[in-house]
Design a binder for this molecule. Structure first.
Ligand code: FMN
Length: 353
């Protein structure tokens, strides 16, 4: 029996299988409002058999967007637009999650096909904010957030969470990875603050834990956290610290660690290859007892099956493989001889013979 295509229950929510959509920015919203592109983009993965469809990083506050075209969830117009998308995905028997994020010093960026670096205010950009003023690579320097501004962020995430759950999302993922705001606070390389949100491990993790507390206090839905398990560089955020943080997040009601890496240092030396981040998911799973999701260069059905069957992770998040083939889960189930729910409308295509 396939483990990839077996259901998993997280905090009372049963996901029909463990082939999940990894969050993917589309840089295609207007004023943070998702539109037909997002309905078709996310909807295709639901009809394609994914067990969970996760939205792109969706900003809790306007300045938390990566590009000016990122989606948001800070107002009712955005929540109403998301409601239609969430309902469509759920009608396919698939769960839908929203990744809640804040871009921090990597905010106000060009969308990738229009260039790189920062968008100036004159072209719809904004002054990015961060843990400190150090820029990321060639980006414009950030304005360091005041202590009061940092301590207001957990409530902004909680408000975003309330809107998302109200719009019909089954679960939420807190984006603490890839060099965005919370990761910037976690890493000693990018957090030189001297107030209570900087300094030692306790100081650097304070914002992440306060956000987890605030969001957990607003809702009973499953909560995931995406971590960059390592900065892949000397003196940065480490796998040991990720394990420590994951344990603290578990105590605060985080249900699963989506285990990614990198993004806080431009161009580190990363041994990229098939499943290269899976050992991080395995170590966090083993040492914390928390379920984990593995992500990164997982492309092949047997590879995904083995990750779960061997106890390295509880689910796999797929990104580029699903862009290449949004029906990857339907195809993978056929390859593995497993059962997966097909849309009734597509039933006549179920046999590959
Ligand atoms: C187009 C695109 C957009 C992405 N946007 C996000 C995002 O919004 N949030 C996030 O955590 N990761 C994002 N990622 C990273 C993916 O979720 C994933 O971790 C990464 O692509 C590695 O998985 P893969 O090898 O299956 O593509 C993005 C990746 C791609 C290709």
């Amino acid at each position: 029996m396939s483990r990839l295509f077996s259901p998993i229950t997280v905090r009372g929510l049963t996901l029909p299988n463990r082939a999940w959509v990894s969050p993917m920015c589309q840089y295609s919203a207007t004023d943070g409002v998702p539109d037909d592109w997002h309905l078709v983009h996310l909807g295709q993965f639901a009809t394609g058999g994914a067990g969970l469809v996760m939205t792109e990083a969706t900003a809790a506050v306007p300045e938390g967007r990566i590009s000016p075209q990122d989606t948001g969830i800070w107002n009712d117009t955005q929540a109403e637009a998301w409601r239609r998308i969430a309902a469509f995905v759920r009608r396919q028997g698939t769960a839908i999650g929203m990744q809640l994020g804040h871009a921090g010093r990597k905010g106000s960026a060009q969308r990738p096909w229009e260039g790189s670096g920062s968008v100036p205010a004159s072209e719809g950009g904004w002054q990015s904010v961060g843990a400190d003023a150090q820029p990321f690579g060639a980006y414009a320097p950030a304005r360091p957030l005041t202590t009061d501004e940092v301590s207001a962020l957990p409530e902004a995430f909680a408000e975003a969470a309330r809107r998302a759950v109200g719009a019909g999302f089954d679960l939420l993922e807190l984006h603490f990875a890839h060099g965005y705001l919370v990761h910037q606070f976690l890493s000693p390389l990018s957090n030189t603050r001297t107030d209570r949100y900087g300094g030692d491990f306790d100081g650097r993790t304070r914002l992440a834990l306060e956000i987890a507390d605030a969001v957990r206090a607003t809702t009973d839905v499953p909560l995931f956290a995406r971590l960059s398990a390592t900065d892949w560089t000397d003196d940065g955020w480490t796998l040991d610290e990720s394990v420590r943080l994951a344990k603290l997040l578990a105590e605060r009601g985080i249900d699963l660690i989506d285990t990614s890496s990198g993004g806080n240092v431009p161009n580190p030396d990363i041994p990229v290859g098939p499943g290269y981040q899976v050992p991080f998911a395995e170590r966090i799973r083993t040492e914390t007892g928390l379920p984990t999701g593995a992500v990164g260069m997982i492309t092949n059905p047997q590879q995904a099956e083995d990750i779960i069957a061997d106890g390295e992770a509880d689910a796999v998040f797929l990104a580029r493989a699903l862009l290449r083939d949004p029906h990857w889960p339907l195809r993978a189930a056929n390859t593995l001889g497993a059962d997966v729910r097909w849309p009734d409308q597509y039933a006549r295509a179920k046999s590959w013979h």
